[in-house]
Design a protein around this ligand. Structure first.
Ligand SMILES: CC(=O)SCCNC(=O)CCNC(=O)[C@H](O)C(C)(C)COP(=O)(O)OP(=O)(O)OC[C@H]1O[C@@H](n2cnc3c(N)ncnc32)[C@H](O)[C@@H]1OP(=O)(O)O
Length: 445
């Protein structure tokens, strides 16, 4: 798997010139220049409507920026010259796809100062990231979004979903097995280490998940300096009957003001290598003394939680989009995944930014391998090169990116008018893209 050093990928000239025409300087942030890095970190906090970070919080955030491509947009008229008015950070992370993994250009830390909003700065930065990724040969981009309304216009589509659970522990009971292993408390650093180890051991089993990084685990375990409520985060591990580490969980308890016995236990992260470990950690949370409610976000939509309870209605949930993907190199992404059924369809893909635009024949063989080839000859294909009569499905690149992992059905998109195609073609596409279980991205990035 190619994994280019994102820090050396050139800045996009088109975006730089567009921003310069508006009096703004689009440039790399050098992480070895502490003042520049701290200004970048402080601008991100402001953009995400946080208060001004303390020195300790800034110091705690620095290690997470190492190895990333950091870009700031600077307004020379600003009295705070070291603080960019817009930020974006990116890196390449492997993402699990059906039957393998792909290098993914992860886009994060997208902020534009409220003083500079809605003048095209985010668009210039996003387009700049996508062109940089394509120029580096990275076939797909991904992000997690603060709002579901922002990224479709750049060709990103939601591809994984998360459940957010709220469980009334008085009603829930426990219908699962008694765990055979053991639970132990861990210090925050040890909990971060266990989360990272378990994540790395298991992420390839979760379609849509990506590689993690140490600061993410330290943030979740409360070990990152300045983490809000960090001091109240606790960690536990689960060892199976043979003494092997199989699971870990970090959580905090928010006391109830009016009834101690109804405090709320918030699961910040729960990871288990086996169903037994996951069940044991859920059981620990649900049976915790003095807790009336357990909440957990970033959980898979097919988690068997209701089946572990005496009263399934004690657990309520909301489901939300979580991981967004954006196909850049269509032949590369279709060659990288496995297919569940043979396929031969012609897609007309609309991509306003050009990367995947054109007419493509997507084929899959009985052995699970597949490919996408441009119709109308070599080189960049254009819709006009096919006569149109052979096209089975017309689809936008955002919708195709949603379909790619197998967690979205072409039939649903067709019913919603988000693609056009006859029923037989959408059925064949669904059969070929189908996966076992639901895709699941377990972290924010
Ligand atoms: C991957 C991540 O990091 S997710 C985090 C995203 N960041 C945040 O939520 C922090 C708070 N918000 C912000 O910083 C900014 O409002 C941003 C980054 C969302 C948008 O920045 P702006 O520079 O104002 O956006 P820009 O002017 O380039 O707008 C581009 C397009 O997006 C639209 N748009 C921008 N923000 C939003 C939004 N929040 N909801 C819906 N549409 C939006 C604009 O209307 C415009 O549409 P058009 O091109 O179809 O006319």
């Amino acid at each position: 798997m190619i994994q280019p050093d994102v820090r050396t990928v050139e800045l996009d000239r088109n975006s730089r010139e567009r921003l310069r025409a508006g009096g703004l300087d689009y440039r790399r942030v050098d992480p070895s220049d502490e003042a520049a890095l701290d200004g970048f970190i402080r601008s991100i906090a402001r953009g995400f409507i946080e208060g001004e970070p303390t020195e300790q919080m800034v110091a705690g955030s620095r290690p997470g920026q190492v190895g990333r491509r950091l870009i700031g947009v600077y307004d020379e008229a600003s009295p705070q010259a070291e603080r960019p008015v817009a930020t974006v950070g990116s890196w390449v992370a492997p993402v699990t796809v059906p039957g393998g993994e792909l290098p993914m250009w992860a886009v994060s830390e997208v902020t534009v100062a409220p003083t500079h909003r809605r003048r095209g700065i985010a668009r210039a930065m996003l387009e700049g990231e996508l062109r940089a990724a394509a120029s580096a040969g990275v076939p797909i981009a991904g992000l997690t979004a603060s709002e579901a309304t922002i990224y479709g216009r750049y060709g990103f589509g939601p591809a994984t979903w998360q459940s957010r659970w709220t469980v009334d522990t008085r009603r829930a009971g426990w219908a699962g097995a008694e765990p055979e292993g053991a639970l132990h408390y861990l210090g925050q650093e040890a909990a971060a280490e266990a989360l990272g180890r378990l994540h790395e051991r298991t992420r390839r089993t979760r379609i849509g998940d990506i590689e993690g990084w140490p600061v993410r685990w330290r943030q979740l375990s409360g070990a990152k300096p300045g983490e809000p409520h960090g001091e109240s985060v606790r960690g536990v591990r689960y060892l199976d009957a043979a003494g092997e580490l199989r699971g870990a969980m970090v959580y905090r308890i928010a006391e109830s003001d009016d009834d101690w016995a109804r405090s709320r236990l918030e699961i910040r992260h729960l990871i288990g290598e086996t169903p037994e470990a996951r069940a044991a950690l859920w059981r620990f949370a649900l049976q915790h003394d003095l807790v009336g409610t357990v909440t957990a976000g970033f959980r898979p939509v097919d988690e068997p939680l209701p089946w572990l309870l005496d009263d399934a209605r004690a657990a309520t949930r909301t489901i939300e989009d979580h991981g967004w993907l954006r196909i850049l190199d269509l032949p590369a992404v279709f060659a990288a995944r496995r297919f569940a059924a043979p396929l031969d369809v012609v897609l007309r893909v609309a991509d306003p930014l050009g990367f995947a635009d054109g007419v493509w024949r997507v084929e899959a063989r009985a052995d699970g391998s597949g490919r996408a080839t441009p119709l109308g000859g070599a080189g960049a294909p254009h819709a006009s090169e096919a006569d149109g009569s052979g096209v089975d499905i017309e689809i936008g690149v955002a919708e195709l990116s949603s379909l790619y992992l197998g967690g979205v059905s072409a039939r649903s998109l067709a019913e919603a008018g988000r693609l056009r195609g006859d029923t037989s073609a959408t059925r064949r596409l669904d059969a070929a893209l189908r996966i076992e279980g639901e895709p699941f991205l377990s972290i924010m990035y």
